[in-house]
Write a protein that binds this ligand. Structure first.
Ligand code: MV4
Length: 450
């Protein structure tokens, strides 16, 4: 097992990784920017190293600084968390080349899944359902138009190096195809330095349902059920829950088994998420994330498994401690992301937290790195914590979450807590009858009225 892990991240996920390491008797190194000197991760880690100025590009994305910090502290492994360098194949490769263990899958698999055209082709060959579309990339406008006419409009043009929704173009009619195609390619070139695009049939009103998967170096691969992440705004998730309100146990086992079989065939190591669009009872592969995700606690709450500890064990070459019959799905979990933002305008609200009280009680988990007197720096993502609750069923879970929100105190900055309280009281949320479009439409209605 590893003796010392360097955490190449900040905020609540850095703390989450420190907690797992502490329970496994693994020493920790927190790296931080000059803006994060008073962070909770720096306080709680065994050691800390300043790796640069506030700008992420000069600190949390500064590969030479991070590798130097690992060498200086004698770390034997690096955990990348989520965001930042977590899905950077070049970073994973350099970590290994410098003699450290990267806690995640191989650089080759990160690269393969980062290329959306290759990822789709790969998983389709391994048996996952995909959205009908172009066979590979579309390199000429005439080919794209031809394919669109054959499969029927509307179609969606996606960037192969994209993901997260950036650079997509919906095309409703053949007359609009050429302009959309050229726009998609130039946006992809500007944003990703790669203008490869591909085509899919546009699904008009799907849900976003993702499967948590895990593989080890002994040929074991399992799925840990799904999370429904349809409550989002501008590709930012606000609420995640598991199980999905719309899946039956049979549907879960069917898509989950397909997902596990896929990563077993890939020889995938560690935690992964296979994202699907779900519409009219059918699943369509969207992309695969090769990192631990923000919403992983939803899965931890319904399975009782420590996903970070499991990532560390399989990265160290140990077999998965979980097997198909070694756990049960219990009850329901919902996570809300708490952002330091204006709940109406979504403007970031950095600054000093003057009063803070964390929620608690049965089934309540609060993953955050804030404390009373902490100053939220303006340089990074505005997420300051996650509130996750577990209940025996979905109704109990919603009631418990509303209760926990009401007892949470964060003063000095604006937070999205009031927005979450509003979402949880909407009839469509309570009935589970929502899709990826729901929140933005509902917010437009809310703001139009006032
Ligand atoms: C789609 C789609 C509809 N049809 N693909 C957005 C993020 C990117 N990873 C893929 N995305 C979508 N792909 C087809 N063929 C709709 C979306 C989409 C979306 C997906 C998941 C969660 C939120 C979303 C918001 C807008 C669009």
């Amino acid at each position: 097992m590893f003796k010392k892990i360097l955490i190449a991240n900040r905020g609540e996920i850095a703390l989450r990784i420190i907690r797992a390491c502490r329970e496994m008797d693994i020493a920790t190194v927190a790296v931080h920017s000059t803006a994060d000197t008073s962070s909770m991760a720096v306080r709680l880690a065994d050691e800390s190293v300043c790796i640069g100025p506030p700008s992420s590009k000069d600190s949390y994305l500064n590969i030479p600084s991070i590798l130097t910090a690992a060498a200086l502290t004698g770390a034997d492994a690096i955990h990348p968390g989520y965001g930042f360098l977590s899905e950077n194949a070049q970073f994973a490769r350099m970590v290994e080349e410098h003699g450290f263990n990267f806690i995640g899958p191989s650089p080759e698999l990160i690269e393969q899944m980062g290329d959306k055209v290759r990822a789709k082709q790969t998983v389709q060959e391994l048996g996952l359902p995909v959205v009908p579309g172009s066979k590979g990339s579309v390199d000429r406008v005439e080919d794209g138009l031809q394919t669109s006419i054959e499969m029927g409009f509307p179609v969606l043009i996606k960037a192969s190096s994209g993901g997260g929704g950036k650079g997509m173009q919906i095309v409703e009619r053949s007359e609009d195809f050429e302009l959309a195609y050229n726009t998609a390619r130039s946006e992809a070139r500007v944003n990703f330095g790669d203008d490869t695009v591909y085509l899919e049939k546009y699904l008009s009103n799907p849900r976003h349902i993702e499967i948590q998967v895990f593989g080890d170096s002994h040929g074991n691969a399992i799925h840990l059920g799904e999370r429904d992440c349809s409550i989002q705004r501008r590709h930012q998730k606000l609420v995640e829950e598991g199980p999905s309100p719309v899946l039956t146990h049979e549907q879960r086992e069917e898509i989950g088994t397909l997902a596990a079989d896929t990563i077993r065939k890939l020889g995938y190591l560690g935690a992964g998420t296979i994202e699907f669009l779900y519409e009219d009872g059918k699943f369509y592969f969207m992309e695969m994330n090769t990192r631990i995700q923000v919403e992983h606690p939803v899965t931890e709450m319904i399975t009782g498994i420590d996903l970070i500890a499991e990532q560390i064990r399989v990265a160290a070459g140990e077999p998965l401690t979980i097997c198909k019959n070694g756990f049960r799905f219990r009850g329901h979990a919902i996570e809300i992301r708490i952002n330091a933002e204006d709940p109406d305008t979504f403007m970031p609200s950095p600054g000093k937290i003057t009063q803070f009280h964390a929620p608690g009680g049965l089934g309540v988990r609060f993953d955050s790195s804030i404390y009373s007197g902490y100053s939220i720096p303006p340089y990074y993502d505005s997420m300051i914590g996650k509130l996750i609750v577990h209940g025996r069923n979905r109704d109990e879970c919603i009631k418990r979450l509303l209760r926990a929100i009401r007892e949470t105190v964060v003063e000095g900055v604006k937070t999205t807590l009031p927005l979450h309280e509003w979402i949880l009281n909407q009839p469509e949320f309570i009935s589970g009858d929502y899709t990826i479009k729901w929140l933005e439409e509902k917010l437009a209605e809310k703001n139009g009225k006032s």
